[in-house]
Design a protein around this ligand. Sequence first.
Ligand code: CUA
Length: 330
Amino acid sequence: IALAPLAAVSLAGLMTGCTGPQSTFAGAGTEAENVAFLFWVMVVGAVVIWVLVIGLSIYVTKAHPGAFSEAAGLRLIIWGGGVFPVVVLAALLTWGLSIMPDFRREADGPTIAVSAERFWWRIAYDVEGEPGVAKSLPSGGVESANELWLPVGRRSEILIGSPDVIHSLWVPAIAGKTDAIPGRVNRLVLEPTREGVYNGVCAEFCGDAHAQMGFRVVAVPEADYAAYVARQAESAAVTAGPGLDLFLSSGCGACHTVRGTPADGAVGPDLTHVAARRTIGAGLLETSEANIAAFIHSPDHVKPGVEMPAFGVLPDAEIAAIAGWLGDLR
Ligand code: CUA
């Protein structure tokens, strides 16, 4: 009894995790809503049964010892311990299975390829056909990174692959989770039901920066989605100057692409519209020139385990110029 207030406070603390952009309980997708509902039904059922069992135990051992005859006890075991669980579990199983066809409904929205790579997400819109297994992305798609836009109310088909190790794509508020496995393509349908920005995570340990391998899901009306993809397809509105010159002369283009410049590296994220994304470093830092500069200077400090080498050898003024130039790529 003395622990009750403590338990209540702890529970309240835990419940604060039930909302927000990364919660399975604040469902914003068909699949997540079904799973959350199933979860609550089971929790309520479990609490009711727990109270009954504990109450009965106290009744027969403390309050009224010997209240049950041996025959009554046997009946209780048969009905309460045998028949009741069989009926309840069978009903739950039937109901759970009846939700499954809903999960397997065909996609009716765009096909988007997502390649999970140590430790970020390559995303390609408007893809056609199967992704190539090696690069896990089909050619011809509009490439972006770490921000997955989806049309609300449509079932978008996500093709998931990886060129290195096993990762797993999970957007708790919408659906998940599906492994990204080298050498094969997995499918996941995401159907956001509410506009909003949600967190996605890597849900399979994949190396040092696994915990920092996040992304954002931006669910918008269909027209906005189309406008976004069209915008991503454009080349960057590049301003010539020292920022661009330093970006190229420092070798950034060996790993990164900025369409509209000679930079066409395919190792790291496409930076063509990097400043229009909400985060840099795969969901890690808010996009700002200061954060971009910090990342260029010592990415391993911001994100331990990151594959990008540090460019701290460059003078601060040069890093600032590159960050300033990247900060204009919208
Ligand atoms: Cu990628 Cu964990």
